[in-house]
Design a protein around this ligand. Sequence first.
Ligand code: SF4
Ligand code: SF4
Length: 131
Amino acid sequence: MNIIKKIKSFFKKTPGFTVKGSCKKCGNCCRNITFMIGKDYLTKQEEFERIKKLDSRYNNFFISGKDENNALLFTCKSLKDDNLCSCYAFRSLYCRLYPKIEVKQLRAGAEMPEGCGYYNESNVKFKEFLK
Ligand code: SF4
Ligand code: SF4
């Protein structure tokens, strides 16, 4: 396999990632987050009102802004002023799994929130792959 094909196949592969670091308790993963319905980000308040009727868990969030791509940003109502969770023992499975992010999300450009103490490290070393 030539070098170009090797590089292309490296990025087509789904390397494993290891989460490293620790939580600094900044609360940034609970504020200004985006939601996707299918392949699209929520961009309209009417859409948000509609999905709240379909899934009551969305009632735990309020609209806190918009990002540069016009996607609505949401903040969890359980986040306290001290950046801690008021329902920590009863938080959702999604919150419990965080900061585990699916590889496809990482490859789509998903990053940890600003200031987060966690980071993702690939298990596959690029140099090793080329050997
Ligand atoms: S339930 Fe708690 S951990 Fe989950 S998003 Fe809300 S504040 Fe954060
Ligand atoms: S953004 Fe990262 S460091 Fe901040 S509270 Fe969430 S997991 Fe912890």
